[in-house]
Design a protein around this ligand. Structure first.
Ligand SMILES: [Zn+2]
Length: 170
């Protein structure tokens, strides 16, 4: 009985994973990702969460994804770097950026194979709306802060490919 239950549970988990795979969106690659400034998200955009979430969870080594990377030019991204994540962020904006900067290697799901050393704020505070459209505030540090800054760049039509050419590399 226990084994059967376990098997049923495993099958359920498999089916769930399959479902997650099926709703994933293609990630725009290289020049297909246009440098567009995204519009503010509305509550109607909450419907995009499952598809964008599954796209991120399916992506190899994916730690964050911004809506414009899957063709939706709205201010929304998801971060997935620690056990408390995935963190769904609609209309995110930074309320505080640490003076301290830290350099680190970044990659981008839209530029597979490309890695760049980019200087980022070590700690960022952010206000955003979550997947229930509740306003939230969070302070992120280290990798999570880096990912948030990378994804925020996407919402402004920027990406690390251009960042490398920008003054200061941020
Ligand atoms: Zn990216």
């Amino acid at each position: 009985m226990a084994i059967k239950n376990k098997k049923a549970k495993q099958k359920k988990a498999r089916d769930k994973r399959k479902k997650v795979r099926n709703i994933s969106l293609p990630i725009l690659q290289f020049d297909d990702l246009k440098p567009v400034v995204c519009r503010p998200a509305t509550m109607d955009d909450l419907a995009l969460v499952p598809a964008i979430m599954s796209t991120l969870l399916k992506a190899k080594d994916g730690v964050g994804i911004a809506a414009p990377q899957v063709g939706h030019n709205i201010r929304m991204f998801i971060i997935h770097v620690q056990t408390i994540y995935p963190l769904v962020c609609f209309n995110p904006s930074f309320t505080d950026l640490s003076k301290g900067m830290v350099s680190g290697i970044e990659g981008c799901l839209s530029y597979p194979g490309l890695q760049k050393n980019i200087s980022r704020h070590q700690i960022v505070s952010m206000v955003y709306r979550d997947e229930a459209w509740q306003e939230r505030r969070i302070t992120l540090e280290g990798t999570a802060a880096r990912v948030a800054q990378h994804e925020m760049d996407h919402l402004g039509g920027l990406c690390m490919v251009y960042n490398g050419k920008r003054k200061g590399g941020g």
